[in-house]
Structure formats: C-alpha cells, structure tokens
Design a binder for this molecule. Structure first.
Ligand SMILES: *Cc1c(COP(=O)(O)O)cnc(C)c1O
Length: 361
C-alpha cells in the first residue's frame, strides 16, 4: 500500500495469471497453450517483415491493422463479415478490457457465470462495472434460462473456462434473442477445439459480440493477438475506447504474423485435430484411473478424483516436473484443469499419476 496510489488502485484485486516458470524440461500443462508451434507461414511472414536489418521497426505499425482485419473478414466472409465487423487488440484480454468499458458498463449489472474466466470480475473491478454471478447448474453447465433478468450486458465463455463445457449454438442464439436490449458477449477462446462459432449469428443479432484469440488454437500466445466480431456499431464503440487508450496495440510483427496464421487453414486443421485426438486418449486414460472428467470441447480438461485431494495431486505432479492448474475457489477446489499437451506429454502425465496414486494408497 502506498499513499501515492490512487483510490482506484487501492480497491483493485488483480488477476493472477498461471505460472510461467523459468525451469526447462517441464511438462507445462497449466495455461492452455498449444503444444505445437505456430504456422510456419506465420513465422516466415514475421521474418520477412523484420527484414535483414529490422529497419521497418523504425516506423509505427498501421494503427487500424487493416491487413489483419481483412484476414479475419475473409475467414468469415460466408457469414457476411467485413472488416467493419472486426475489432483487433493486444490479446483477447485487451479486447475484453475494452468490451467492459465500451459496451458492458451501464447502470444495470452485467451477468456472468459464477465459475468462468476469472478475468471478468477483475475487469468489473477495474472499470467499476456492477455484476451478478449466475451459478452454473449441478453438471457445471450454463443454463440460458437462468439469465432471464434485467441486465446491462451478459458475458460468457463458450466453451466455458475452466470447465470446458460447450453450449450448443442454438442456446447462444436463444440467449442473444432473449436480450435484444443488451450486449451479449461470447468469449470463444476455445471454440476451435470442438464447437460451432456464434460468428454465424452476428448478421442476425446486432447485440451479439464474439471475442476470439490466436493464443490457443493458433499457437500464438506469445504474440498477443485477439479480435472481436460484431455489428459495426459495436465495433465503433470499441474503436472509440481503443483510440482513447493506445492507438497502436498491435505491433508490425503481430499484424503480419496473425494474418498469415489465420490464412493457413491447412496447418490450423492439422494441429487442432491433433489436440482433439490427444484429448480423447487422455480422457479415456484418466477415466481408467477412476478420475471423473467433465466433457470438454476445449484444449484442456477439468477433472477430479473421488478419492484424492486435488491440491495434493497438483503438488505431487509438480514434484515430478508436471504443472497443472488448481484453483482454490468455491465449488471447484477439488478439480484440476489440465491442458492437452502432445501425446508424449499426456503420456508423461498419466505415468506420473499412476505413480502418485500407488504411492498415496
Ligand atoms: C486464454 C483466454 C483468454 C485470453 O487470451 P489472450 O488472447 O491470450 O489474452 C480469454 N478468454 C478466455 C476464456 C481464455 O481462456
């Protein structure tokens, strides 16, 4: 605490990111990164942008990142998406921060699930947005009918984090249709690992905003690129905030790298299917060890063992150089969130768990 801090700073409870340890030879299954490298075309595009002497970095990047907006629009052109429907930012975390300020801060409270991406309540605190948390049902699923109340906006992650639970597109449609007077934000950070995107609904619902990231399904967590797709008026609101905050959130390498990654559909299909196949194998192996595993449409699974404490399991895994995520939060303190790694990493996890379970018994 310092008296130099503003009253706002005194009142903040910041987000705690998953650990990024400096150790090597770690099986890192704690922050839902993709185990595969990004598209080689993305790497080449960034090398070309840099050139031999890096002289392009003297110059500011395009403040509107038009090249990237065009790539996103092209990807969803069959849904009628144009660059005017696209907002881009420095990771979807930044996009979400602007969404709270631009579209969710009203007199009425924002509705969000009680168990969801823990950055949402942090943004509520930062921007002074009132919120009401709506409990997930007993199966850890979002029930759209539970959101039938007055609100200043709704935000959900689909698939949800850290549960991996997917709402079918029809339910998202029902949610958007039921709240025509407020913005409904769908955070699709994990949609490429098993769901159907609500971007196909954007043309029909002017209140629907879909937020995406290249961190997970495009293996670019280190580049920091996210985007939102919605009606041009929602996008204009976001642009007004962005241009009052930082005109150049995406650097030159990020713009060309992200555009090339999005265009490399073949690589994207190969890697996301590899992750989904590894997930199926891992789930079966965990179930054979008597773990309860929630159905997941994401690149992680949410699991508990009926006989073993989650915190103890996480500590024991860590001693074997495997890190997973354990949240000490109500309702989920007996669960572990485990990122899908390569088949080799998943095998190392299973071998370690077998060893641990024998030792504890
Ligand atoms: C990872 C994640 C994000 C943040 O992604 P970045 O683009 O890396 O900032 C946003 N929402 C959810 C639900 C996530 O899991």
């Amino acid at each position: 605490m310092s008296h130099f801090w503003s009253p706002l700073v005194h009142g903040l409870t910041p987000y705690t990111p998953g650990e990024q340890p400096k150790l090597i030879n770690l099986v890192k299954l704690n922050t839902n990164e993709n185990p595969y490298p990004p598209s080689p075309k993305a790497v080449t595009a960034m090398r070309n942008e840099l050139g031999s002497d890096g002289a392009t970095l003297r110059l500011y990047p395009d403040p509107n990142a038009d090249l990237l907006k065009q790539s996103v629009a092209e990807l969803f052109s069959k849904n009628g998406i144009t660059p005017a429907h696209v907002f881009v930012g420095n990771g979807s975390d930044e996009v979400l921060a602007h969404v709270f300020m631009a579209l969710l801060k009203h007199d009425k409270p924002v509705l969000l699930p009680d168990i969801t991406y823990s950055f949402y309540p942090v943004y509520c605190g930062l921007h002074g947005v009132k919120s009401v948390s709506i409990p997930l049902d007993e199966q850890f699923a979002i029930r759209v009918d539970d959101y039938a109340m007055e609100n200043g906006g709704i935000i959900i992650a689909n698939p949800n984090a850290p549960t991996g639970h997917l709402l079918p597109l029809g339910e998202i449609e029902r949610l958007a249709a039921a709240h025509p007077g407020s913005v409904v934000v769908i955070d699709e950070a994990y949609i490429d690992f098993g769901g159907k995107s609500a971007i196909s609904l954007v043309g029909r619902f002017r209140n629907l905003l879909v937020v995406r990231t290249l961190s997970k399904s495009h293996s670019l967590a280190g580049l920091r690129v996210g985007f939102a797709v919605g009606d041009p008026l929602l996008i204009e609101g976001l642009e007004r905030i962005k241009n009052s905050f930082n005109s150049y959130p995406l650097d030159r390498l990020a713009i060309v790298g992200a555009a090339a990654a999005l265009a490399d559909i073949e690589y994207f299909e190969t890697t996301r299917h590899a992750v989904m196949n590894s997930r199926a194998v891992l789930v079966a192996e965990l179930k054979a060890l008597e773990f309860d595993v929630l159905p997941s449409a994401a690149n992680f699974i949410f699991t508990r063992h009926p006989k073993h404490d989650a915190g103890t399991l996480a500590t024991n895994l860590r001693e074997r150089s495997i890190i997973v995520r354990h949240f000490r939060l109500p309702r989920i303190e007996q669960h572990l969130r485990i990122t899908i790694g390569t088949d080799q990493e998943c095998a190392a996890l299973i071998a370690a768990l077998k060893d641990i379970l024998i030792g504890i018994q």
